[in-house]
Design a protein around this ligand. Structure first.
Ligand code: ADP
Ligand code: MG
Length: 230
């Protein structure tokens, strides 16, 4: 018991430290990005080789940025802000946000939104979860297809589902979802689901996954209507 307490104390100190460092990295990163764009502007577009270098630099910078952003969500409990929110509306905004990216990949998102009771939630954080899960769905369908989204009122609360027609996840890998740095992608961070699981846990909700290899995957998020967040 005591041992566990000490362990979690250490964790939170490490977490705070890491969050501090992440913040410190972010500012120079922004400057770097800006100046590299300026540099590109002044050198011009003529040299294919240079363009390729710039492309690589920018995409690597963006990668660092997304790792830091996901990391900060993890280590930054002070910024949570709970108020009554409409989960269907939050999902709708997320789908709108990602619709261009989906279309570019030949994917259509079919969504049905039932009216659901408001729940106490941090809408920014929930949006982050929905973005992570929808992005994963898009990334797993390189040949295009349909993503089916629904928000419904069920006995347990509000149930969100996101179904894709991607590769599916082998049974023995499902338990690895949400583990830090677990990724099967060449350019993955393996942080998106960990952050998502943590956020949903903090909302006293649950994430369930159903998957069949070669057929697709469905993520279910269940959020209780009466939580302790008020
Ligand atoms: P990343 O997307 O950076 O790899 P995530 O935490 O978002 O990190 O996802 C971790 C891993 O879970 C992915 O690399 C992939 O193997 C698996 N995964 C997540 N969502 C899906 C999905 N919809 N279909 C198949 N595999 C998935
Ligand atoms: Mg991801």
């Amino acid at each position: 018991m005591e041992e566990q307490l000490r362990k979690s104390d250490t964790l939170s100190v490490v977490g705070q430290l890491a969050a501090g460092i992440a913040h410190e990295i972010r500012n120079p990163m922004t400057a770097l990005k800006g100046f590299i764009q300026l540099l590109q502007g002044s050198i011009g577009n003529d040299c294919e080789q240079h363009n390729m270098y710039f492309h690589v630099i920018m995409s690597e910078l963006k990668r660092i940025e997304s790792i830091i952003t996901e990391f900060l969500v993890l280590a930054k409990p002070q910024a949570v802000h709970y108020e009554r929110g409409d989960v269907a509306k939050i999902m709708q905004e997320t789908v709108d946000l990602l619709s261009v990216q989906a279309t570019m990949h030949n994917i259509q998102i079919e969504a049905t939104y039932e009216p659901v009771p408001p729940i106490y939630c941090d809408s920014k954080q929930l949006k982050q979860v929905f973005i992570n899960i929808l992005k994963n769905a898009i990334e797993v369908m390189p040949k295009g297809g349909t993503i089916t989204v629904s928000v419904a009122h069920v006995a347990e609360g509000v149930r969100i589902s996101v179904r894709d027609e991607g590769s599916g996840i082998p049974k023995d890998k499902i338990k690895k979802l949400g583990e830090p740095f677990y990724t099967t992608k060449e350019r993955g961070t393996g942080l998106g689901l960990m952050v998502s699981y943590k956020i949903i846990e903090e909302h006293q909700g649950r994430i369930d996954v159903e998957s069949e290899v070669g057929v697709g995957t469905t993520f279910y998020i269940t959020l209780p209507i009466d939580n302790d967040m008020r």
